[in-house]
Write a protein that binds this ligand. Structure first.
Ligand SMILES: C[S@@+](CC[C@H](N)C(=O)[O-])C[C@H]1O[C@@H](n2cnc3c(N)ncnc32)[C@H](O)[C@@H]1O
Length: 295
C-alpha cells in the first residue's frame, strides 16, 4: 500500500525570505522573477500585502508570500489576489492547508482542516499503539488520518466521509483504497467491526441556527453538510456515539471534537452509549475533545 507523498512543511515562507531569494538572483523558478526589472519584487509584494490588508486579511504578509509562491506569471498572481480579496479561503486558492506539519491537499468546496483539530490528533497518538487500527470518520480532506499515518506509519489507518467531494480530496491525501464513501459506519468495510482501536471524529457540530453567524469563508465556501450539526449541533455526534461500541475493539477509544459549551451534551451521548468518558481541553489549541473508552 503506497501512501501519497504528503509534503512536510519547512516552516512558512516569509515575504522577507522570498525577497531575499529574489535579490540573491535565485529567480529561476520563483514567481518574483516574472517582474524582470519592470516592477521590483519589493513593489509587488508590498502592493499585494496592502491589497490583502485592505480586504481585512489579518496575516497579510504571510498570505502574500503564499500567493506569490503559488503564482507562476504576473497574470496568475493577479488572479489569485483577486480571489483572496473576494473572500475565497487562502487554502483553497493555494490548494493546500498546513496540518500537523503536513501540506494537506484542499480542493474547492471541501472543509478546510482547522488548527484546533490538531489537538484531537495529539490525543489520538497518545492512545494509539504502533499496530493500532485507526479510523477517521467524517474525514473531510483526511487530514487527521494523514497526520496519524505520518506520526505512526505502522498503524492501520482508514477514513470515510459522506460527501463525494471530500472523498475525492481525501483520496489525494491518503491511499485511495483506504478512503470509503457513505453515511457514517455504513461506509466502512464490515471487517473493521469490533476491531477499531482509535475512532477519530470531527463531525459537523454547529447548531443550524448559528451557521449564519459563521465567517463568510465557511458559509460561502464549505458545504452545509460539513457544518450543520442539527438543532443543537449534536445530531451526528449522537449517531456516532450510539454505534461506536459495535465498531470499537475492547479497550478502544472514540474521540470527538466538540465545543466547551456542547461538551456536557457530547459527553452525555457517550455515556448513554455505554462508554467510559473523559473530557480534554487545550487552551493553546482552543479545542475540546470528548474521549470514550469501550471497557
Ligand atoms: C467539520 S467537517 C470535518 C472534516 C475533517 N474531519 C476535518 O477535521 O478536517 C465534517 C465532515 O463530516 C462529513 N459528514 C457530514 N455528515 C456525515 C455523515 N452522515 N457521514 C459521514 N460523513 C459526514 C462532512 O462531509 C465533512 O467532511
Amino acid at each position: 500500500m503506497s501512501w501519497p507523498q504528503v509534503r512536510i512543511l519547512p516552516g512558512a515562507l516569509s515575504v522577507e525570505a522570498l525577497l531575499e531569494m529574489a535579490h540573491a538572483g535565485n529567480r529561476d523558478e520563483r514567481p518574483l522573477e516574472i517582474h524582470q526589472g519592470k516592477t521590483s519584487a519589493i513593489d509587488v509584494s508590498e502592493s499585494v500585502i496592502a491589497r490583502l490588508r485592505a480586504a481585512g486579511c489579518v496575516f497579510a504578509e504571510d498570505e502574500a508570500a503564499l500567493l506569490v509562491e503559488a503564482a507562476v506569471t504576473p497574470e496568475q498572481l493577479e488572479a489569485l489576489v483577486m480571489r483572496r480579496v473576494a473572500g475565497e479561503p487562502l487554502e483553497v486558492i493555494v490548494g493546500w492547508a498546513e496540518f500537523c506539519g503536513l501540506r494537506i491537499v484542499v480542493e474547492p468546496g471541501v472543509f478546510v482542516p482547522r488548527y484546533r483539530t490538531q489537538f484531537l490528533v495529539q490525543l489520538a497518538l497518545r492512545l494509539a499503539r504502533p499496530d493500532s487500527v485507526v479510523v477517521d470518520l467524517c474525514c473531510g480532506t483526511g487530514a487527521m488520518a494523514a497526520a496519524v499515518h505520518a506520526a505512526l506509519p505502522t498503524a492501520d489507518v482508514y477514513a470515510a466521509d459522506l460527501d463525494p467531494a471530500e472523498v475525492r480530496c481525501a483520496r489525494r491525501n491518503l491511499p485511495p483504497a483506504r478512503v470509503f464513501e457513505g453515511d457514517l459506519y455504513d461506509a466502512l468495510p464490515a471487517g473493521l467491526r469490533g476491531r477499531v482501536d482509535i475512532l477519530m471524529v470531527n463531525a459537523p457540530y454547529v447548531p443550524t441556527d448559528e451557521i449564519r453567524m459563521m465567517p463568510t469563508e465557511a458559509r460561502d465556501h464549505e458545504a452545509l453538510v460539513a457544518l450543520d450539526g442539527g438543532s443543537d449541533g449534536l445530531d451526528i455526534q449522537r449517531r456516532v456515539a450510539a454505534e461506536a461500541r459495535q465498531w470499537l475493539a475492547s479497550g478502544g477509544h472514540l474521540l470527538i471534537e466538540t465545543s466547551v459549551r456542547q461538551s456536557p451534551a457530547t459527553r452525555a451521548a457517550f455515556e448513554a452509549a455505554g462508554l467510559v468518558t473523559s473530557v480534554e481541553h487545550s487552551d493553546d489549541y482552543d479545542s475540546t475533545v470528548v474521549i470514550g473508552r469501550k471497557s
